[in-house]
Ligand binder design. Structure first.
Ligand code: M6R
Length: 608
């Protein structure tokens, strides 16, 4: 959940470290720091809060040196103060760390008993202390690293600098990703390839348990047993992307507007537009011979999976077992018979999703992954990778990744339906035609509903609680709407299956609790209208998100009715995501919150 970077350079590295950290800020942004080694001395600058504070600090007190490490933090152990900000120093050793050292408490106790003095509340500092203790015993850096790593439990990526090694950084990976970047007479370490994109596109990913030594022109990788190993380098696509907001106020807004284009790219990977059919050869999973599909993910990706479940069950008659990854991994689900597993993740690094994947792999299942970062750990550990071509998603609130995930899942459900003989040619062509129209509809719907939602959001911003309701595939969208609103506007919001209303949440309904109802005119519509009646009868205010048919069919008084065109059922959730995203976005903008980097969150959740 933190971002780390290291550079063995041939120029001043502090500005380069900050540049790389800017590209990693999505991983955490509650404090940041950089350290360099120069003339046998370590020096550092650290600052609470956003990276801009560190940048300012470096402007006032520049940091010289050609070799350095940097960190942007999402606090786990200890408040986001300067004292807890990385790099942590101990007797000539500097450490930055992403992840959690699970046995830090006994290690810390033992180190204190041996006379160590700690200066922070972090788990990271035990790593610096252990390395320093090894060096004091006369160990060379490599030996100290190997010895220290053997004592650590948990998930971590590390970068380490020594005051007596002016041309060397050590890195290690156990869980969270770490990449080596190969430059011209310079070498780099980074949490991902995008961080290193300004410097190089030639990347070597460390595997779990690996550690690495980098110098100006050289790198050596060792596995957990200390054996020298070779890992292949590759050309990363991270460099191809320009990470800026263009003429948008926020990355989130830009990413909402990009959906037409990225969904189009994604669909073209799975759909033969000329033939009007799905690309059967993109299946990679033998759907015809499955009895069950297990699916798992976290947050927004989980809601995409929930919608996918409806599609797989409807179009392919394939039962889907789905759960949030933090539960899935510990449920001890019996995974017998003809089963495959599908994991969904924008980052491809989410710790719980990865653990669920490994559980399924250990049980012998074929693993598929719907991922946005093709070089991610989840992608690399899967048998079949189903890419979403969303490009880097920088806003912490997921938008374009979600609709791309839905696009992939819709196509896969059709592919599975065709493989299993449960989808007629005619239905396949109808669904594909509907999907083909999605990119155009994105633009048209955006233009049509954006001004109305901007106005509505000003009203919504007055409320403390909001309820979202939906049935069928609109139920997961209701969950997504509530998640989106709470994470960026901090308004309390809950999503419910509309049919659950009278089993509890109806007790909350009064004029202070607006109810956002997502109800295209599908086979559930009449039932959802009954639920709206129940809300209206109790003084609740309704915001209805529906289509032209639905709007014509309801006479209920609403606070607002947002009207989309009539859509085929397979594309409705993809396009109904737009009003859901816009409501959250405009409400948050009106309230003045930090839309792209909401409090307490991070983009990539690489800890449990
Ligand atoms: O990278 P992933 O798709 O695995 O991330 C999963 C969730 O952490 C993510 O979707 C999160 O819920 C978003 N902040 C929601 O907007």
């Amino acid at each position: 959940m933190c971002g780390i970077v290291g550079i063995v350079g041939n120029r001043e590295v502090a500005p380069l470290l900050v540049d790389a950290l800017k590209r990693l800020e999505y991983r955490g942004y509650d404090s940041a720091g950089v350290a360099t080694v120069r003339d046998g001395k370590l020096d550092r600058r650290r600052a609470e809060g956003k990276l801009a504070n560190l940048d300012r600090r470096l402007g006032e007190e520049p940091l010289a040196g050609h070799v350095g490490i940097g960190h942007t933090r999402w606090a786990t152990h200890g408040a986001p103060t300067e004292a807890n900000a990385h790099p942590h120093f101990c007797d000539g050793v500097a450490v930055v760390h992403n992840g959690i050292i699970e046995n830090f408490a006994p290690l810390r106790t033992a180190l204190i008993a041996d006379g160590a003095v700690f200066h922070s509340q972090t788990d990271t500092e035990v790593v610096a202390q252990l390395l320093a203790a090894c060096r004091k015993q006369g160990m060379a850096p490599r030996e100290a690293m190997q010895q220290t790593l053997s004592r650590l439990e948990g998930a971590y990526a590390l970068a380490v600098l020594f005051d007596d090694q002016p041309d060397m950084i050590l890195g290690a990976r156990s869980g969270p990703p770490l990449a080596v970047g190969h430059g011209q007479g310079e070498m780099f370490l980074g949490s991902d390839a995008i961080a290193l994109a300004p410097f190089t596109d030639e990347i070597t990913y460390l595997e779990d348990g690996d550690w690495v030594v980098i110098t100006h022109d050289h790198h050596e990788i060792y596995d957990h047993s200390g054996q020298r190993v070779e890992r292949k380098s590759q050309i990363s696509q991270g460099a191809a992307y320009v990470v800026d907001k263009g003429n948008h106020r926020h990355f989130m807004e830009k990413e909402i507007y990009e959906q037409s284009e990225v969904v189009s790219h994604t669909l073209s990977h799975y759909i033969d537009f000329a033939e009007g059919r799905v690309k059967f050869d993109s299946a990679q999973i033998d759907f015809a011979n499955l009895d069950r599909l297990a699916m798992s993910a976290c947050g927004t990706a989980f809601y995409a999976g929930l919608i996918g479940k409806y599609w797989f069950e409807r179009f392919a008659r394939l039962p889907v077992e789905i759960d949030v990854a933090s539960e899935f991994r510990y449920r001890e689900i019996p995974l017998a018979g003809r089963m495959a597993a599908l994991f969904i993740s924008q980052s491809g690094e989410t710790a719980d999703t990865l653990a669920s994947l490994r559980y399924c792999r250990d049980n012998g299942l074929t693993i598929g992954a719907v991922v946005n970062v093709r070089e991610s750990t989840i992608a690399r550990e899967s048998d079949a990778v189903f890419p979403t071509l969303a490009g880097p998603e920088i806003g912490v609130a997921s938008t374009k990744a979600f609709t791309c995930q839905l696009s992939v899942l819709a196509a896969l459900a059709l592919i599975a339906g065709r493989a299993r003989g449960t989808l007629s040619d005619e239905d396949e062509r109808r669904c594909v035609q509907a999907l083909v129209e999605v990119p155009r509809l994105f633009n048209e719907i955006l233009a049509a509903i954006q001004p109305q939602i901007e106005t509505l959001s000003r009203e919504l911003a007055r409320f403390k609680d909001v309820l979202y309701l939906g049935r069928g595939t609109s139920f997961p969208l209701a969950l997504e709407g509530a998640l989106k609103l709470k994470e960026i506007s901090y308004i309390h919001a809950e999503g419910y299956a509309a049919g659950e209303l009278k089993h509890g949440p109806i007790a909350l309904i009064d004029e202070t609790m607006p109810v956002i109802v997502i109800a295209p005119h599908d086979r559930h519509f009449e039932k959802t209208v009954s639920n709206m009646q129940e809300v209206a009868a109790r003084g609740g205010q309704i915001i209805l998100v529906t289509d032209e048919k639905g709007a014509a069919a309801t006479t209920l008084e609403t606070m607002a009715t947002i009207v989309l065109p009539v859509l085929d059922e397979i594309v409705a959730p993809i396009l109904f995501a737009l009003p859901v995203q816009l409501i959250a976005y405009h409400t948050a903008v009106f309230m003045g919150t930090d839309v792209d980097q909401p409090r307490n969150l991070a983009k990539s959740v690489t800890v449990e």
